[in-house]
Design a protein around this ligand. Structure first.
Ligand SMILES: Cc1cc2nc3c(=O)[nH]c(=O)nc-3n(C[C@H](O)[C@H](O)[C@H](O)COP(=O)(O)O)c2cc1C
Length: 417
């Protein structure tokens, strides 16, 4: 066993759950980056609703079947991956742990998983694609200023770099009110106040990583500023970009038209939006509430999977994220109708708590737990998860999405409408 393998073996027992990484992460990164990572919008109801709804799903196991070989591999968009687990896009990942984009991409490449690089990642598209060619998917935020010149150029670069899947994120039409970030002043422009400076000085490992990797920046968007632009100019440009806003179905159709490979929409919650995506020729949807970071009244995503699966049918790929913290969470999500999951905070907690090999520990723990859970149900493959006996009391039904009838009207009297 080499030193790395010994370290990973120790972590296996020391940090068996992703929750057990939280305290250590809090102690190793500055308070404002920890809050940026963990926080949600508003009262953080949607964030906690995600966890609670996942916990509430029940599965009945079956025994006495041959489970001598369990296969987690999964085909997504014509390529086989080691597990139905994708590393979610995380903007300003390099602020949470300097060098994060590279560490996440490398982990995905080594383990045979996919990694969706964020438009807002702290490394450029071309570098990440070179480093992790098999794992490289790209998440696109619109940049409506200047008639989407930047949006389409980001897409062109992702195509030239060979991104296998383009994920267009829909769910930040406006910047969310994230209370923790507001209190901490974590916004563009980011001001280094004495409190912020003290917060950084108290985290020597994070500072050492920062010294090695350099100050994180929006590496993809900064490329559109004039060469030698001052920090103030770059900040002005970023504000002007209004990243994530200005998306219409017409824009989605234009992107679909130009993107040559698989394309999915991230942030779908309503079955009618999923159906619209299918009618425009999208290959998949990612059911997501951005980890509870955008709209606090949002339902838990797991509770929407059955209705969205029913809306799009069996032949469209349905992915889900928001709240995945264990292998059993993955199994439950597959059992109610998804093809695979994404995890965001889980991987970042690994990085923050354990450094560059943290995401590997996280992926291994999730896959180990999924393998054991699958075997416990008597299923041997990921496809088998779809036919498990599952009780999902909180799930939304297709009829929940119909507009409510006016009280007292003739329509309201017909119960089946
Ligand atoms: C710190 C942070 C930054 C994020 N940045 C992005 C982003 O740039 N683009 C995007 O589409 N989603 C972004 N997300 C949302 C994730 O891709 C994903 O939907 C979410 O983390 C899933 O929930 P989970 O954290 O509970 O796994 C971000 C999430 C976090 C926690």
């Amino acid at each position: 066993m080499n030193a790395r393998e010994r370290r990973l073996a120790t972590w296996r027992n020391q940090f068996p759950t992703l929750e057990s990484l939280e305290n250590r992460a809090r102690r190793r990164i500055p308070y404002f980056t920890f809050d940026y990572l963990e926080g949600g919008t508003g009262n953080e109801m949607s964030r906690h609703r995600n966890y609670a709804a996942l916990r509430a799903v029940e599965i009945v196991p079956r025994y006495c079947t041959d489970i001598s070989s369990i296969d987690l591999s999964t085909e997504l968009f014509g390529r086989r991956y080691a597990a139905p687990l994708v590393i979610a896009p995380v903007g300003m990942d390099g602020g949470i742990w300097p060098g994060a984009t590279r560490h996440l991409a490398r982990t995905a490449q080594e383990l045979g998983l996919a990694h969706i690089m964020s438009t807002m990642a702290a490394a450029p598209i071309e570098e990440v694609a070179r480093q992790a060619p098999d794992a490289f998917w790209f998440q696109l935020y619109s940049a409506p200023a200047d008639d989407h010149r930047v949006t389409f150029d980001l897409m062109r670069r992702a195509d030239a770099a060979g991104a296998r899947v383009l994920a267009v994120t829909l769910d930040i039409p406006l910047p969310a009110r994230r209370v923790r970030d507001m209190r901490n002043g974590a916004a563009v422009p980011f001001r280094i106040t004495p409190k912020v400076l003290l917060g950084m000085l108290m985290r020597p490992r994070w500072l050492a990583a920062l010294a090695r990797e350099g100050v994180p920046r929006y590496a993809n968007l900064a490329a559109y500023c004039r060469e030698g632009a001052t920090r103030r100019e770059i900040e002005g440009f970023l504000r002007n970009c209004r990243a994530g806003s200005g998306i219409t179905w017409d824009l989605i159709a234009r992107i679909r038209d130009r993107w040559p490979r698989a394309m999915v929409l991230k942030g779908i919650l309503h079955p009618a939006d999923a159906e619209k995506a299918r009618s425009l020729g999208l290959d998949g949807v990612i059911i997501s509430n951005h980890g509870g970071r955008q709209f606090d009244p949002s339902p838990a995503t797991i509770d929407l999977v059955p209705a969205i699966r029913a809306a799009v049918g069996r032949d469209m790929t349905v992915l889900m994220d928001s709240g995945i913290m264990s292998g059993t969470d993955i199994l439950k999500t597959l059992a109610v109708g998804a093809d695979a999951v994404l995890a965001g905070r889980g991987f970042m907690l690994g990085l923050a708590a354990l450094g560059p090999d943290g995401p590997r520990h996280v992926a291994t723990a999730l896959m180990d737990e999924l393998r054991i859970a699958l075997g416990q149900t008597g299923a041997r493959t990921i496809a088998g998860a779809a036919s498990l006996a599952v009780r999902h009391r909180g799930c939304w039904k297709p009829e929940d999405f119909r507009a409510p009838a006016q009280a007292g009207s003739a329509v309201a009297m017909q119960p089946s409408l």
